[in-house]
Design a protein around this ligand. Structure first.
Ligand code: NAD
Length: 354
């Protein structure tokens, strides 16, 4: 069944998919196609209930519309969830059944990887549909999206540094990187190239070992709490969501927060706590859009340099948002939402959609 549900959540379309033979239960959420086909990953997760799966897909698809709008992509916002345990359910038959549902939307929704789905899964889904990105390099895919995610975060951080200290560089600033995973490692390299001092932490001993072996000048601290309390200029959350909450914000010594992690604000209102403390927060979904820029480029036939140029523009977008926030007297997160809504409305009008 396919239901239009503009009344309560503002979504254009929510599609419930079921395939009894393979046990597939999926929900595809299309928040907006004002800018173009909706793009967003497929999350494969053992939700406690269908209600929980639906709430997640509605929330995530709306977030993608805003992220894609500010990334300057001609793509709308969508997301899908497959409800179940990937360890038990995932296999070629289920992924193919899912791919046929994506195909049935005739290009209104493009899928990609998210929590619980990987490049190899996208290659299987692609056997049933053209509307899939995040594929392997052998199949023309963009490869590891953390490369341009880190590049974009670095650009957003440069814009924030310019806003606070007057020059778009991290030269001589102390930057705290929490999480030395795929993104954190690339980001550390960009920061060192820019002559920043890097202080870092990771719970995984292998990541700590990587730093000691490759960048011995990086100072390691015990945990994220120690990093928050450290004498740093910039805090870059690059591990899990919820890094900024009622405890971390009052303890934070940095003047700027800019990092890759999704959903850094633990709850609504944290952006106000940050603003009240005079800490500049570069919104997560603006600065971490390099990954979606990288996979979106596949739709045209992947070209790394073109995608990198677009990710470099995260500098200009962050700058514009920080200025707008000052002008309108609102936190940057609110200014970012307004700018995204403006673009969706303007382009939507040009295309006579809304
Ligand atoms: P990753 O899993 O490769 O790295 C995360 C790292 O954080 C790991 O090394 C892990 O050990 C560490 N970590 C976990 N909990 C920690 C803690 N409490 N304290 C310190 N370190 C901790 O993931 P990634 O791809 O590098 O992504 C990092 C973040 O950026 C995630 O929130 C992800 O959703 C977000 N993001 C990633 C991309 C991308 O393209 N990879 C795009 C957009 C957003």
């Amino acid at each position: 069944a396919s239901t239009d549900d503009p009344s309560s959540t503002g979504h254009e379309q929510v599609v419930f998919c079921q395939d009894t033979q393979t046990g597939l239960r999926a929900i595809i959420g299309i928040y907006s196609t004002a800018l173009g086909p909706a793009l967003g990953g497929t999350r494969f997760y053992p939700y406690a209930s269908e209600e929980a799966a639906l709430a997640d897909v509605l929330d995530l698809s709306r977030g993608m519309a805003y992220k894609n709008a500010l990334a300057g992509l001609d793509l709308g916002g969508g997301k899908a969830v497959i409800w179940g345990d990937p360890a038990q359910l995932k296999g070629e038959a289920l992924l193919r059944a899912y791919g046929r549902f994506v195909e049935s939307l005739n290009g209104r929704y493009y899928t990609a990887c998210d929590v619980g789905t990987y490049v190899a899964d996208m290659d299987v889904i692609a056997r049933e549909t053209r509307y899939v990105t995040g594929r392997s390099v052998e199949h023309g895919g963009a490869g590891d999206s953390s490369v341009l995610t880190a590049w974009g975060v670095f650009q957003g951080m440069r814009a924030a540094a310019e806003h606070v200290w007057g020059t778009p560089t991290l030269n001589s600033r102390r930057v705290g990187v929490a999480g030395l995973g795929k993104v954190g490692k690339h980001l550390t390299r960009h920061l060192l190239d820019d002559h920043a001092e890097v202080v870092a932490t990771d719970v995984d001993p292998r990541a700590r070992e990587w730093v000691r072996a490759n960048h011995p000048q990086v100072e390691l601290v015990d945990d994220a709490a120690a990093l928050v309390a450290a004498d740093i200029d910039v805090y870059a959350p690059c591990a899990l969501g919820g890094a900024l909450d009622d405890e971390t914000v009052p303890a934070l010594r940095a003047k700027v927060v800019a990092g890759a992690a999704n959903n850094q604000l633990a709850h609504p209102g944290v952006e106000k706590l940050l603003a009240d403390r005079g800490i500049l927060y570069a919104p997560d979904y603006v600065v971490n859009a390099g990954g979606v820029i990288q996979v979106a480029d596949e739709i045209e036939g992947f070209n790394f340099e073109r995608a990198k140029l677009r990710a470099t523009k995260i500098y200009d977008t962050t700058r514009q948002i920080l200025r707008l926030a000052d002008e309108e007297g609102v936190p940057p997160a609110v200014a970012a939402d307004r700018l995204a809504e403006r673009r969706m409305a303007e382009v939507g009008r040009l295309r006579s959609i809304h």
